[in-house]
Write a protein that binds this ligand. Structure first.
Ligand SMILES: Nc1ncnc2c1ncn2[C@@H]1O[C@H](COP(=O)(O)OP(=O)(O)OP(=O)(O)O)[C@@H](O)[C@H]1O
Ligand SMILES: [Mg+2]
Length: 1107
């Protein structure tokens, strides 16, 4: 529901009061309660007139979304609930539309939310002002300058984790359309003492921690740094890590921001190098070394760090080392060089580090300004945003706090001046009488500090410039003399004895009663810090650096530009810049944001009333309210006022035709508001008491309720009536539709019946017609058929006739041809029979024979005598010729074949022929022997020395020499023997010894027996009664049986002229000594392999099993 509500005034749904001018009764308590109530409801902004009070919520609220920006855009300041956006919008619009330069002054103590507020203002303005690529770049650069400056200028303090340690004033420049053109940033006094020392619980500037946490290893080694914080003396370690802060991620953000703002890569790197050099400076340590004159001189303990710094910055090591040990004082062409003791050396080191860092910071601001400065020369409108360090009260307050608080004092003064001035101007503008208002003016405190003759800053400068020994104590003494009577100055030793017994006021301190409270300042360090002394030797060493950026930071180090005049002190510089700032602010239309810190714990939801009360007091808020409502508490332009309250009077409700002011007059008269309660300005109505306004508001609320009831009543009546009318109209429509439907249905029924009847009649008629048509058609078809038959008959008859005629014509032609042939043959017969027949016959025969021979020539078989092929006979009558020709051809090719033989070959073939005649078709072993050449002497007895004895014993030519198996007559087992055949003898010799066992003359061999089978067994029968036959016949077996038998046969024939008997039978008798034994060949089984086996069965039987 809340979202749906449309707000037209900040008075709507107010929590507490949105504008504290309306607070009733007005007191410190009510102000605090009002702020607390609003704070508890997440309303952190409250107005005092046009001033925005902001209470730091310490948590993210959903009130800065783009939708909110849209809500506040172009709306009147008091239209919506108080918001920083409303103030930003007001300022931006009056800059754009009324051409008034603006400044937004954000004040409050440290941690109150000033920096956040300044960023919110900038982001709002960026969101609502013009758009476009160029404009967006300008905006982006302006916004991105914040992270860079915060990294280098902000630090964690006990009060604020992101405390600004410098003052910042930024002018944003716009063109006439309100588009941003650029900006200029001014910075005020960086708290540089933080670089070398931080109070307990605080950190050095963010950038140091960001660099060490976020830099890559490569970058760190380039900068000669280590990641460990504890390595660096300048970094406080007790709070090095801040909760909720990711230094590494912030480092990336800062580098990215630098890039967007326009830093070149080498510039960003140079900056980091300076940061690294500062860090490393802190690690340089000194030790005393006694000199001849009895004084101590400082020396650097470990030169390694110094060396690295020099490498990093390009400074000559000896120059820097000397600058840490000597100090040259120049006065009127005279140069005096004195040595530094250890304490002085440390002082010099720290001064260098502080100066290096603070000058780097100023350089950064200038560099950013260079990037963001407006590019055009057209007239610019300016909006300044001031975010300066807040009022600070620490346990130990030193020179920095003094300066900071002085600045706040000045701001308070300008606030008072400008608010009062504005108030007065408004009264004059509106033509209302101005009454004087009493308020506390802090000009007196400002004067105490800045007065040129006896102000504290002037005293300090005087003391610093004075010859002779100057210490912080002499400065305090001076103050005690000069300021003793000032109401706001307190010191124990002042001439006035008021504080003599005040134990809360130590001796080395003075106290100032600031507008925001009393602050006790420790006088120690004031003189030094004001002097801000950097020994010339050091600045000269820096100027000599090879590092371009460092060189540029120390222009006074250039010996050519030596200036013996003292540089202005820190105090006077600051005073001057504050004065310029104030002047600048006074030319602009001020807008105030006053920040309040609700608690010291940086925690959400805690509202410490005492703390807030203190801030309210020193911010002078109560006085602010009082001033604001001194005359009239509330004012409003006539139009919105009439718009808001017109319902309270009959004449103005609902519309008032005349001018708004007249309308308001009528309205106030009608309501009988006492005349002293209000006053008419030129454009606004002024209401004296908030009471009157609240009465108006109550009446309005009441009236709104009545009006709501009325509207409700009328609306309900209207709704019922319209509902009824709608029902009635609907009923008529439904009835009409129903009637139409019923009639339609009836009509449809009648129509369909008519159609049925109609279709029956039409069907009947059609069938009748069809019947008639069919009859007619059949009649027509019959006629056609008859005609067709008739025509067919006629056609066939005609065809028959034509065929008959053709046949007759052909017959005539044939008979005629025969007749002609007969006539011709009769005439020529006598000539033909005598010669032609014989000639034709001869010719034909000749042709056939010729053809036969030519074919034979082509088909002639090969010249191989065993080739059986012969072409088939072509003609029967040539049968005998064909056979004869075959025989002749065969004989011829055989002769041809034989003619090639040598004598030796002839002998071999004769032998083979002999074997064929003896064994072909008789012995199964024969076919396998055909292919084997007959070699005869297989054993080379002549050559083998083993058979020398055997060779010697034989004189004749050896025809066969081969190993055979001799079968033992007794048991059928076999032994190897050498079988030898010579021209006259047959010999058996021992295979191993070569000794002749038996010798048989060929004449004694009567017969050779063998089986018809595939075995090599054979028996050699011997002549009965011969010498050799005494042991009986030989039973042998050989692989070359056919060859042996053939050679034996031939040798016997040639020697004895008798044919050797060769018996081929599967059963033959063999004479063994006296016994006749039957050798029987049987078919053996394959089990024994392919070798025939021989077995003696009994006295009479020897069985040979042939496989
Ligand atoms: N509007 C806000 N919404 C949420 N948190 C806020 C808001 N304003 C301030 N804060 C929180 O308070 C912290 C301190 O605010 P900020 O840094 O603006 O204080 P400051 O007034 O600038 O202090 P200093 O004077 O020390 O610079 C912020 O870091 C943030 O956490
Ligand atoms: Mg800040």
């Amino acid at each position: 529901m809340a979202k749906m509500e449309v707000k037209t005034s900040l008075l709507d749904n107010m929590i507490g009061v949105g504008d504290m001018v309306l607070l009733e009764p007005l007191s410190e308590d009510t102000v605090i309660n009002n702020l607390k109530k609003r704070f508890d409801h997440s309303e952190i902004y409250t107005y005092i007139g046009s001033v925005v009070i902001s209470v730091n919520p310490y948590r993210l609220l959903p009130i800065y979304s783009p939708e909110k920006v849209e809500d506040y855009r172009n709306r009147n300041f008091y239209e919506l609930s108080p918001h920083i956006f409303a103030l930003s919008d007001e300022a931006y619009r009056s800059l754009r539309d009324q051409d008034k330069d603006q400044c937004i002054l954000i004040t409050g103590e440290s941690g109150a939310g000033k920096t956040e507020a300044s960023k919110l203002v900038m982001s709002y303005v960026a969101a609502v002002c013009g758009k476009g690529a160029e404009v967006n770049q300008v905006k982006e650069q302006l916004l991105q300058s914040n992270p860079v400056l915060e990294a280098f200028g902000n630090a964690k303090t006990v009060r604020n984790d992101n405390s600004s340690r410098f003052g910042k004033y930024m002018d944003i420049e716009f063109d006439f359309k309100g588009d941003p053109l650029g900006g200029v940033i001014s910075n005020y006094l960086l708290e540089k003492s933080r670089v070398v020392k931080q109070p307990r619980g605080e950190r050095n500037f963010h950038v140091f921690y960001q660099l060490l946490s976020g830099a890559s290893e490569e970058l760190l080694s380039k900068l000669k740094l280590e990641r460990d914080f504890s390595r660096y003396n300048y970094l406080s370690l007790d709070s090095a890590r801040v909760n909720g802060v990711d230094d590494a991620a912030n480092f990336r953000t800062v580098r990215n921001a630098m890039q967007i703002v326009g830093f070149m890569d080498h510039e960003a790197e140079s900056v980091l190098e300076v940061v690294a050099a500062v860090l490393k400076l802190g690690n340089i340590e000194f030790k005393p070394e006694s000199r001849v004159n009895g004084l101590d001189e400082s020396k650097i303990k470990d030169k390694n760090e110094l060396k690295e710094i020099c490498e990093l910055t390009g400074i000559d090591q000896s120059v820097l080392e000397r600058a840490f040990s000597f100090r040259t004082v120049e006065a009127k062409q005279e140069k005096v060089s004195t040595t530094l003791n250890v304490a002085q050396a440390y002082y010099a080191r720290d001064a260098l580090a502080k100066n290096l860092y603070s000058r780097l910071f100023s350089w950064l601001v200038n560099r950013i300004n260079e990037s963001i400065k407006a590019q055009t020369k057209v007239r610019k409108k300016v909006m300044g945003v001031l975010d300066i360090y807040g009022f600070e009260i620490f346990e130990d307050n030193s020179f920095e706090q003094f300066i900071i608080n002085y600045c706040n004092e000045k701001l308070q003064q300008i606030f008072i001046e400008l608010t009062l001035k504005e108030e007065q101007e408004e009264y004059i503008r509106e033509g209302i009488e101005w009454t004087h208002i009493e308020y506390f003016n802090n000009a007196i405190i400002c004067d105490l500090i800045e007065n040129n003759t006896n102000g504290i800053l002037a005293m300090l400068d005087e003391e610093c410039l004075r010859p002779g020994t100057v210490t912080d104590e002499t400065f305090l003494e001076k103050l005690n003399q000069v300021c003793a009577t000032h109401q706001h100055f307190e010191s124990r030793m002042s001439k006035c004895s008021r504080f003599l017994n005040d134990t809360s006021l130590p001796h080395s301190c003075f106290r100032i009663q600031h507008y925001a409270g009393k602050v006790l300042y420790q006088v120690e360090g004031f003189v030094d810090k004001n002097n801000d002394l950097l020994y010339r030797d050091l600045s000269q060493a820096m100027w000599k650096a090879g590092h371009a950026l460092i060189k540029s930071l120390f222009p006074e180090g250039n010996p050519a530009k030596i200036n013996l005049k003292r540089p202005p002190t820190a105090g006077s510089q600051f005073k001057a810049s504050v004065a310029t700032l104030m002047k600048n602010l006074q030319t602009k239309n001020p807008n105030y944001i006053r920040c309040i810190k609700p608690n010291d714990k940086k925690a959400a939801h805690i509202f410490n009333e005492a703390l807030v009360c203190h801030q309210i007091r020193y911010l002078g808020l109560l006085e602010n309210v009082r001033v604001r409502r001194a005359g009239y508490a509330f004012r409003q332009a006539y139009e919105p006022c009439l718009e808001r309250y017109k319902m309270l009077c009959k004449q103005t409700w609902p519309h008032w035709k005349g001018p708004a002011r007249a309308g308001v007059e009528v309205l106030f008269n009608e309501l009988e508001i006492p005349v002293e309660e209000y006053s008419f300005g030129r454009s606004k109505i002024f209401i004296r008491n908030p009471r009157t306004l609240f009465k108006l508001e109550d009446l309005r609320k009441q009236r709104l309720e009545d009006l709501a009831t009325l509207i409700q009543k009328i609306y309900r009546g209207w709704r019922c009536r319209t509902h009824f009318l709608l029902m009635r109209k609907s009923q008529t429509v439904i009835a009409a539709w129903y009637r139409r439907y019923a009639q339609q249905k009836r009509y449809q029924q009648i129509k369909s019946s008519a159609l049925v009847i109609q279709s029956y009649i039409r069907g009947w008629k059609a069938r009748k017609l069809l019947r008639e048509l069919k009859h007619q058609k059949r009649c027509e078809e019959a006629a056609t058929t008859i005609a067709a038959y008739w025509h067919g008959t006629q056609a066939r008859r005609e065809l028959k006739r034509l065929k008959e005629e053709a046949r007759r014509k052909h017959a005539v032609a044939v008979i005629w041809a025969y007749w002609l042939g007969l006539k011709v043959r009769r005439e020529y017969r006598k000539f033909f029979r005598a010669n032609a027949g014989k000639k034709i016959y001869e010719f034909t025969l000749q042709r056939i024979v010729q053809k036969y021979f030519l074919e034979m020539k082509a088909k002639m078989p090969s010249l191989s005598p065993i080739d059986k092929n012969w072409p088939p006979r072509p003609y029967l009558f040539l049968d005998s010729t064909h056979k004869e020709l075959k025989r002749i051809f065969h004989l011829w090719r055989c002769k041809k074949y034989r003619d090639q033989f040598t004598d030796q070959q002839k002998l071999i073939y004769e032998e083979k022929l002999e074997a064929s005649e003896l064994f072909k078709d008789k012995k199964a072993l024969y076919p396998s022997s055909v292919g084997q050449p007959f070699q005869g002497p297989y054993l080379e007895i002549n050559k083998n020395p083993k058979y020398k004895k055997l060779k010697d014993a034989i004189e004749e030519k050896i025809i066969i020499a081969e190993v055979v198996n001799k079968i033992n007559r007794a048991n059928g087992k076999s032994t190897s023997r050498i079988f030898l055949l010579t021209n006259n003898n047959l010999l058996l010799a021992d295979q191993k010894s070569g000794q002749i066992k038996s010798e048989v003359p060929l004449v004694d061999v009567t017969k050779v027996s063998m089986s018809s089978q595939n075995d090599g067994f054979f028996a050699v029968h011997l002549k009965e009664g011969s010498e050799a036959a005494s042991k009986g016949d030989f039973l042998l077996s050989s692989d070359h049986l056919i060859e042996m038998a053939t050679k034996l046969y031939r040798t016997t024939l040639s020697q004895t002229k008798q044919k050797l008997n060769i018996e081929i039978s599967d059963e033959f008798l063999v004479q063994f000594r006296q016994d006749k034994v039957c050798v029987k060949f049987i078919q053996g089984n394959q089990k024994n392999g392919s070798v025939p086996t021989c077995k003696r069965k009994n006295n009479r039987l020897l069985e040979v099993a042939v496989p």
